[in-house]
Design a protein around this ligand. Structure first.
Ligand code: FAD
Length: 647
């Protein structure tokens, strides 16, 4: 019978476990030990307080020591650190950090939820860097906020393009600071794959942050005023946020002789029990089972930590619940976009040698005719033999999170890609379409499973074309003015049936369009006429996310030192014509834009409202090519506004 539980760590996992313990029993003695001053604070809200989206600091303090002690009848000792565990005698040594006093406390069960701390490698010049910050807790937040408020830095470097790095970059940009993000790998946000991250790369640059990929910090110089990169580039800065990942706080577990994993995480069984039966562990400090592939992994997220805290509390009290593993469902705001994912990505499956199939769709977040609809780029990864869902990723200005949550639920429910076509999801124009993006992904997957559709991926296209493959772009000619895959020929979908005699039957033919849908229709026409045909998955939208605009023009706008075009803003502008293409699917945004331009006179201004970033990514180059000038761009929620002066 458990009579006394000590919990180490009073935030996500620890505080949840403590509250659950009390709900299970009025009698159990609960002692919660927290090294810091605050318990149960909102780590996830910290970047937004620095960026002043959250203005009231007290709102970050979800629970106070007094409030929680009273409500849950528990003994909370903040500013106290557990400095050792003696598993034999079931005793911990606690240090009171206010006065240095050390004392022992016995336990029946001990729960470790010590979390993970920011990785700080021994970079030369780091010790002398007076303006280097990491972000984990309230004191870190106060330090950064005070520095920003008082010193008013003009430039900041964020090292690391993960969740915390990107959230910090956005919040610093919001404060008017010039931000450079430095990321060692070839992409930000590792839970998603490269082509999906490429959409974010473009957007981050659009929002004014400088993004340097495949480059690491070699050293700091001038007391941190200079960041010197691996290739010798020097970046001047007034402050640096180091956010290159976290490592488990495992010192206690290690010295107590508990089993640790290869990367130092605490090993637990499915009941979250460590190698000592009276010690449980949860949260960022533990290794978990990957829900998809069954391997050991570590996924430092708040949802799993909370869930584990609840389960560990039950198990410590003699109830029995298994932790089912971690799916890694996550979401983040990246300026005006949302990036969300669940399950395994391609990189993981490839590394593990698990065969998989991939598809990309780009449907609208809700009915195109209702204001504010924006494209979601959605990637689904699954087993082509069984239809088992391995994972999904989504990037979009609206509705990406909801679709990932539906797919995460489907994975947990053991549903297959065919089941996605049968999901009955809520629909009204402001929220979705009668065929929800999740249904759409299911339809495409089912077509692949049934052999009705064969496709190739964005990274295979250039090689196929270079080797003499025939690629037919079935979009309208005017869409190609905004970019096309080099080497493709143009036969618009509606002309295809009349031009079949131009297409050879003795080799595989490849088709592409804007997002993959017209390519699919074209592939059905061709297949039914005896051709061997494959569609470019995700169309020009997915391909150009990676390779960008390939319209070669003499662009005269200013460029920054990374070569991106900077569109110089004008102040007050009067539009002669306003064209709204929000929510329209291809090719309509381009058709309407061209009509709009045709309808105004020379030197007059067209104001264009759009939500389809893909179609309009190439607008600056197209305008220059045609001799028009983009005077100004503005983001208004999911709507991007352009002011274009006709030549
Ligand atoms: P924590 O919540 O970190 O709690 C561990 C506590 O243990 C710490 O307060 C520490 O002081 C204390 N401690 C450690 N050792 C001892 C000791 N020996 N004695 C006493 N006390 C000790 N996750 C998401 O899912 N979504 C997000 O949007 C998100 N945003 C984040 C933003 C930031 C800035 C940060 C830092 C994290 C974010 N996370 C997010 C991650 C999430 O906060 C963690 O996954 C979660 O808090 C882990 O819970 P935990 O209980 O394991 O550790």
């Amino acid at each position: 019978m458990t009579q006394k539980v000590i919990i180490v760590g009073g935030v996500a996992g620890g505080a949840t476990a403590a509250a659950k313990l009390r709900r299970i029993s009025e009698d159990v003695e609960i002692i919660l030990i927290e090294r810091g001053e605050y318990i149960s604070f909102a780590n996830c809200g910290l970047p937004y307080y620095i960026g002043e989206t959250i203005t009231d600091r007290s709102k970050l303090l979800v629970q106070t020591v007094e409030g929680m002690s009273k409500r849950f009848k528990m003994d909370i000792r903040n500013q106290s650190e557990v400095i050792s565990i003696d598993p034999e005698s079931q005793t911990v040594t606690i240090k009171n950090l206010r006065n240095g006093e050390e004392y022992n406390e016995t336990y029946d069960k001990l729960l470790l939820s010590p979390g993970a701390s920011p990785i700080v490698p021994p970079i030369p010049g780091l010790k002398e860097n007076e303006t280097l910050f990491t972000l984990r807790n309230i004191p870190d937040t106060d330090k950064i906020k005070n520095y920003v408020d008082q010193q008013k830095p003009k430039k900041a470097v964020v090292v690391g393009g993960g969740f915390i790095g990107i959230e910090m970059a956005e919040n610093l940009v919001d404060l008017g600071i010039e931000v450079t993000i430095i990321e060692m790998s070839n992409q930000v946000m590792t839970p998603i794959d490269y082509e999906m991250a490429s959409i974010l790369h473009t957007h981050i640059k659009e929002k004014g942050a400088r993004l340097i990929l495949e480059n690491g910090v070699q050293s700091f110089a001038d007391n941190g005023k200079k960041v010197i990169l691996s290739d010798g580039i020097e970046v001047e800065t007034d402050m640096t946020i180091l956010s290159i990942g976290v490592k488990p706080e495992n010192e206690l577990a290690k010295s107590a002789g508990l089993e640790l994993g290869a990367r130092g995480h605490i090993i637990v069984n499915e009941y979250l029990q460590t190698s000592n039966e009276n010690i449980y562990a949860v949260g960022d400090a533990i290794e978990v089972v990957d829900y998809i592939n069954g391997n050991q992994t570590a996924i430092p997220l708040a949802g799993p930590a909370n869930r584990q805290g609840r389960i560990a509390a039950k198990n410590m009290m003699g109830l029995s619940e298994r932790y089912q593993g971690t799916l890694g469902t996550s979401v983040a705001k990246v300026f005006d976009l949302t990036v969300a994912s669940t399950g395994n990505n391609e990189k993981t499956l490839k590394r593990l040698g698990i065969p998989y199939e991939v598809l990309h769709v780009h449907p609208s977040s809700h009915a195109g005719y209702y204001p504010g609809a924006a494209q979601i780029s959605l990637k689904l990864i699954f087993d082509k033999e069984t239809g088992k869902l391995f994972g999904a990723q989504a990037v979009g200005a609206d509705g990406a999170d909801k679709r990932m949550d539906v797919i995460a639920t489907a994975i947990k429910g053991g549903l297959t890609v065919e089941d996605l076509t049968n999901l009955e999801l809520s629909y009204a124009p402001p929220y979705s379409s009668a065929k929800d993006p999740v249904n759409m992904a299911g339809y495409v997957a089912t077509n692949l499973l049934e052999g009705e559709l064969e496709h190739i991926q964005w990274h295979e296209v250039d090689r196929i074309v270079a080797e003499g493959g025939l690629l037919i772009d079935v979009r309208e000619p005017m869409e190609r003015e905004f970019g096309y895959i080099k080497g493709s020929i143009n036969i618009p979908l509606d002309d295809l049936r009349n031009r079949l005699n131009e297409i050879p039957k003795d080799k595989t033919v490849y088709v592409s369009c804007q997002v993959g849908l017209r390519g699919y229709l074209a592939s059905r026409i061709l297949k039914n006429n005896g051709f061997d045909v494959k569609n470019v998955d995700g169309g020009w939208k997915t391909y150009s996310s990676v390779y960008g605009s390939n319209i070669h023009v003499e662009v005269e706008t200013a460029t920054n030192d990374l070569g991106e075009t900077i569109i110089l803003a004008d102040q007050s502008l009067k539009a002669d014509e306003v064209i709204d293409v929000t929510g329209l699917t291809c090719p309509m945004p381009i058709v309407k834009l061209k009509k709009g331009i045709d309808s105004i006179g020379s030197n007059q201004v067209l104001e264009l409202h759009a939500t389809d970033r893909g179609t309009l990514n190439d607008l600056p180059a197209w305008s220059k090519n045609a001799g028009h000038t983009i005077l100004k761009t503005e983001q208004d929620g999911p709507v991007i506004k352009f002011w274009i002066k006709k030549k």
